[in-house]
Write a protein that binds this ligand. Structure first.
Ligand SMILES: Cc1cc2nc3c(=O)[nH]c(=O)nc-3n(C[C@H](O)[C@H](O)[C@H](O)COP(=O)(O)OP(=O)(O)OC[C@H]3O[C@@H](n4cnc5c(N)ncnc54)[C@H](O)[C@@H]3O)c2cc1C
Ligand code: FES
Length: 274
């Protein structure tokens, strides 16, 4: 494992950003729009930022958030309120400033020559997939989306996926939209009816693991985006390890996106509350 001084750290950008909007999306879920010209213009799908949300001891550690969409000088984060940091983020008002480093990490790979991609997302797993879906569609790749959430209201970015996807299937735990049950139930028919060249997955780790097994059985390539506790975000503290067939990797610089076939799921170091 390499450590300090690698290229991801060197590329990391420190930027003072301004809140342009901060709206409720559903219960305990919000969307913040930040003016951040450098990050917005250089980010690739699946990358994240490390955000210092406030001042004082509770905010010494930055919080990692995926970039959902970027356009012009701005980008969007979709966040779930869990603890002190995300609660503070939910209270940020238009005109407030905060600082971040980013864009960070290795995002989704988009191999040349693919014609059909299937995106599988559970809950907030939709967050790192907005830009991916849009850029795939712009490249002429047919996009299918299987999306799951506890309720219809929690199907975040549903409109974006409906706009860009050729096929968009949803499942909710309570049956308030689409099929009743887990998103994994949508997977088999979607893999069988219209075989994709690649499957992209994000959501709770248990769900990602189940999807990865199904996709491997179908002989299709699969990428997963894994969440870990992150101290530094730039490869120095080793708080974010992921066990892989190539040894321990750091989610902040080697990921968060990994080839699902390389992840040693049994050793998963899953963060609390996820
Ligand atoms: C690469 C990456 C991308 C992410 N993208 C998103 C996103 O788009 N939207 C979203 O809502 N959440 C995302 N998360 C999870 C988000 O970072 C945590 O929910 C958030 O840090 C919790 O902070 P808190 O202060 O509210 O919670 P607390 O539990 O009070 O946090 C306490 C400490 O633990 C750390 N921490 C807690 N949970 C996590 C976690 N799951 N991952 C990393 N650090 C954690 C925080 O940095 C903080 O230092 C992402 C995590 C990673 C690793
Ligand atoms: S090495 Fe510090 S967060 Fe990844």
């Amino acid at each position: 494992m390499t450590c300090a001084g690698d290229s991801a750290r060197d590329r990391a950008l420190l930027e003072r950003v301004t809140v342009l909007a901060n709206d409720r999306v559903s219960e305990a879920v919000g969307r913040v729009v930040l003016e951040a010209p450098r990050v917005a213009r250089s980010v690739r799908p699946g990358q994240f930022v490390h955000l210092r949300i406030g001042e004082g001891r509770e905010f010494i550690l930055r919080r990692p958030f995926s970039i959902h969409r970027a356009y012009g000088d701005r980008f969007e984060i979709i966040y779930q309120v869990l603890g002190v940091g995300t609660r503070a983020l939910s209270l940020a008002e238009r005109g407030e400033t905060m600082d971040l480093i980013g864009p960070l990490g290795h995002g989704w790979d988009m191999p040349e020559g693919m014609s059909h991609a299937l995106l599988v997302c559970g809950g907030l797993g939709a967050a790192p997939m907005g830009m991916l879906a849009t850029q795939l569609a712009e490249k002429g790749v047919a996009v299918s989306v299987a999306q799951g959430a506890p309720t219809a209201e929690r199907l975040v970015a549903r409109e974006l996926f409906s706009d860009v996807a050729r096929r968009h299937e949803v499942a909710t735990d309570d049956g308030s939209a689409g099929a009743r049950g887990f998103v994994t139930a949508l997977l088999e028919p979607m893999l069988a009816d219209d075989r994709p060249d690649i499957v992209y997955v994000c959501g709770p780790e248990a769900m990602q693991r189940i999807v990865a097994v199904h996709v491997a059985d179908a002989g299709v390539s699969c990428q997963v985006s894994l969440e870990r506790l992150m101290g530094c975000g730039i490869g120095a503290c080793l708080s974010c390890v992921v066990s892989t067939v190539h040894g321990q990797k750091r989610a902040c610089v080697d990921g968060p996106v990994f080839d699902a076939a390389e992840v040693l799921w049994e050793s998963a170091e899953i963060p609390p509350k996820h």
